[in-house]
Design a protein around this ligand. Sequence first.
Ligand SMILES: *Cc1c(COP(=O)(O)O)cnc(C)c1O
Length: 376
Amino acid sequence: MIPFNKPYLTGKETHYIYQAVMSGKLSGNGLFTKRCQQLIEQRYNFHKVLLTTSCTDALEMAAILLDIQPGDEVIIPSYTFVSTANPFILRGANVVFADSSEESPNLDIDLIESLITSKTKAIVPVHYAGMACDMNKLMQVAKEHNLFVVEDAAQAIDSYCSGKELGGFGHLSAFSFHETKNIIAGEGGMLVVNDERFAERAEIIWEKGTNRSSFFRGEVDKYGWVDIGSSFLPSEITAAFLYAQLENLDEIQSKRKYLWNLYYEYLEEVQVKGLLKLPIVPLYATNNAHMFYVVCKDFEERNALIEHLSKDQVHAVFHYISLHTSPYYAHKHDGRILNNADYYTERLVRLPLFYELDEKQIYHITESIKAFYRND
Ligand SMILES: *Cc1c(COP(=O)(O)O)cnc(C)c1O
């Protein structure tokens, strides 16, 4: 069976973990954490990066930093993972779901203005499959209405919008290093602080509400409890693993892009025949090859295709069930019909994409898809 995902190891992970262990410093915010944070800050020109135990945690930090209060409204796409919503729900906010656009599962920016009320506090765009929302347009809307923007850039490492790195637009941004993403640490993530006003408090919230970080820099002579917070920082073991991955970022990215382009090349004829839709990379966006998905004609065909691939030893999977229809939130949703989010819920299929996949396997997978549409 060709698995849907297989975590890639560069070979240096255990070496760096060994170093971390032998250094005698295993808890967070040590040498490897600093190395990872610096590498990312320099490469992408981010103001400040804090490693976290997950992207979910980074988004929780963002919700605390924005001082989200009960009754505040936060606009997020419906077609996303629960972690885009939960951190704001935990602070008592109501999420207002935006529909996807027609061309991609990303939220439809033209709709946002109609969703803004006097209670709206923030917009949380998701860059689905690592392909950018039109951030220049979105930041403009946010600015006009004095709203914060938090990018859920979980899937968007090393991807750009109009030449600027994703995660660099919002006041705050969150990335994931979960084992299903391009760059992994098992479980892991990071918060990017672009708005300087949040930098100092972010460190405090990160370290359980204490000013421990400034204490270790010698800025204060004792540290204590100064704000709310939690344990958002990963151990040095996680950071050591991540550092090995980050060192190989270019190699990982170029292999993934090569595989993605093969999929596209082999499947284009099926799209030309009007049988299947392939992803659209907007002109302003780059493709970081996080995911290769196809969009089927309808729900039945989507399920039949997954079944057909499974018989050919290929593990393909559907993706999100739109959050506005979820058991937890359906009765809280305001009742608007979100046609495009439903469309992707019913029709989208993700194909295997991981570093060690090879050209022969992609040929096998795409031939299986072509056979499905020839009915043989
Ligand atoms: C993976 C993912 C998350 C969650 O990331 P974790 O690191 O597992 O918390 C959140 N949002 C989106 C869009 C994701 O793809």
